[in-house]
Design a protein around this ligand. Structure first.
Ligand SMILES: [Zn+2]
Length: 398
């Protein structure tokens, strides 16, 4: 089967042949100097291609580098060569090709920017974010590559957790692409900064940053969760409970995540009735509120509440897989005390059985994690990691 290199080499042959034809047809036969140059050019091409075919990339590189010094017409071939090296993971060679192009005198603006973009891609692939960032910053005003440069800068700042420049770049992008703001990333950037400020115990700054995050559709859940966290940190558990209840009402998908936090604040307030009332409200709806509470109860053994345990009992009785695994009759027979003992035992067993590492799953790429994170580290999507709808069994380490 032909490989990518085969196609590229075929392309290089084609360019070489086309250049030969070009010089043969349009070349000025009267100018001996150009004839000599053309002959040298073709000879160099054949030499370079031979080195490539013989898997001698360094020798091929030397030949092609010399050619760039003599002829403009070979530029596209050199871009293709640089791209080939990058895709093969030979980043030092790709960087050398693109640096060589940029160093050429009298390069057109278009070719210079194309080479800068290519070199920045090489740097990104090599993990040299600071060098890539500088090139993309220089390209921001480019008519052709400006938007691309902003997208790449945002990606770099997200990877390096540089949230302030990320905000600046994203706001610049929104001026060009008004739809860009709809994914709510800026709110997440402000939340990142607010969480850092909260870790530094600078709560006024954290609140100020959350105000800037705004009340957009996306990112709003996180803003409210961070706000509730700040309320907890500063001892305002009543406020925290109020916010948590609102989040769960608006976003049932976050119930499993929020119930342990709510339970914590209710413990601090020494008010189990408030927790019971909140949980009962969640069960009233037609959704899976009860099931989400049951999952939270398995994950967090500190939740001690009759309504939460009742949700767990109902979940186990209604779940086909669990129903076959456990003695469900023990949850229904005998007096309330016997049932409670059986339920506690089952809960403890499930707690040791379920996978903490599979608690959350990215709906885009399937990445699993043990804690709620707002940007998937694999597919880079925001708000696609959600609490799993089912308990997963821990896979033993072999
Ligand atoms: Zn993902």
């Amino acid at each position: 089967m032909p490989t990518e290199s085969t196609f590229l080499l075929a392309g290089l042959f084609f360019v070489a042949a086309a250049l030969g034809y070009f010089f043969a047809v349009f070349g000025d036969d009267d100018e001996e100097e150009e004839e000599l140059a053309t002959g040298q050019l073709n000879a160099d091409y054949i030499k370079g291609l031979n080195f490539l075919l013989n898997e001698q990339p360094d020798q091929a590189l030397e030949v092609f580098m010399r050619m760039v010094e003599v002829d403009d017409e070979t530029l596209e071939t050199h871009f293709a060569l640089g791209s080939l090296f990058r895709r093969r993971g030979e980043l030092n060679r790709a960087i050398r090709v693109h640096q060589n192009i940029i160093a050429r005198p009298n390069l057109s603006v278009g070719h210079r920017e194309q080479a800068m973009v290519s070199l920045a891609e090489d740097y990104l692939s090599a993990g040299l974010f600071d060098r890539a960032e500088k090139l993309y910053q220089d390209l921001r005003e480019s008519a052709e590559y400006g938007v691309r440069a902003l997208h790449k800068l945002i990606r770099i700042y997200e990877s390096t957790n540089d949230w302030e420049p990320a905000i600046e770049a994203y706001q610049a992008l929104e001026k060009i692409e008004p739809d860009a703001g709809e994914d709510g990333r800026v709110a997440h950037y402000y939340c990142e900064l607010a969480e850092q400020a909260a870790m530094d115990r600078d709560f006024p700054r954290a609140r100020e940053l959350l105000k800037k995050a705004g009340g957009g559709r996306r990112g709003a859940d996180r803003v409210r969760l961070v706000l509730a966290g700040l309320a907890q940190e500063t001892g305002d558990h009543k406020e925290a409970v109020k916010v948590y209840r609102q989040v769960m009402k608006d976003q049932p998908r976050l119930i499993t995540e929020v119930v342990p936090r709510l339970a914590e604040s209710c413990r601090e307030l020494d008010d189990q009735n408030l927790l019971t009332k909140s949980l009962k409200e969640l069960c009233k709806g037609t959704g899976d509120g009860g099931k989400a509470i049951a999952l939270a109860t398995v994950y967090d053994p500190r939740i001690v509440n009759e309504t939460a345990l009742e949700c767990l009992r109902e979940y186990v009785l209604s779940d086909e897989v669990l129903g076959n695994l456990v003695d469900t009759a023990s949850l229904e027979r005998g007096d309330a005390n016997d049932q409670r003992v059986a339920l506690d035992k089952l809960r403890e067993g499930l707690g040791g059985f379920v996978s903490q590492t599979h608690r959350y799953r990215c709906t885009e790429c399937g990445y699993v994690t043990s804690q709620l994170i707002w940007q998937c580290p694999t597919c880079r999507s925001w708000e696609t990691i959600l609490p799993a709808a089912q308990l997963s069994v821990e896979t033993p380490v072999t």
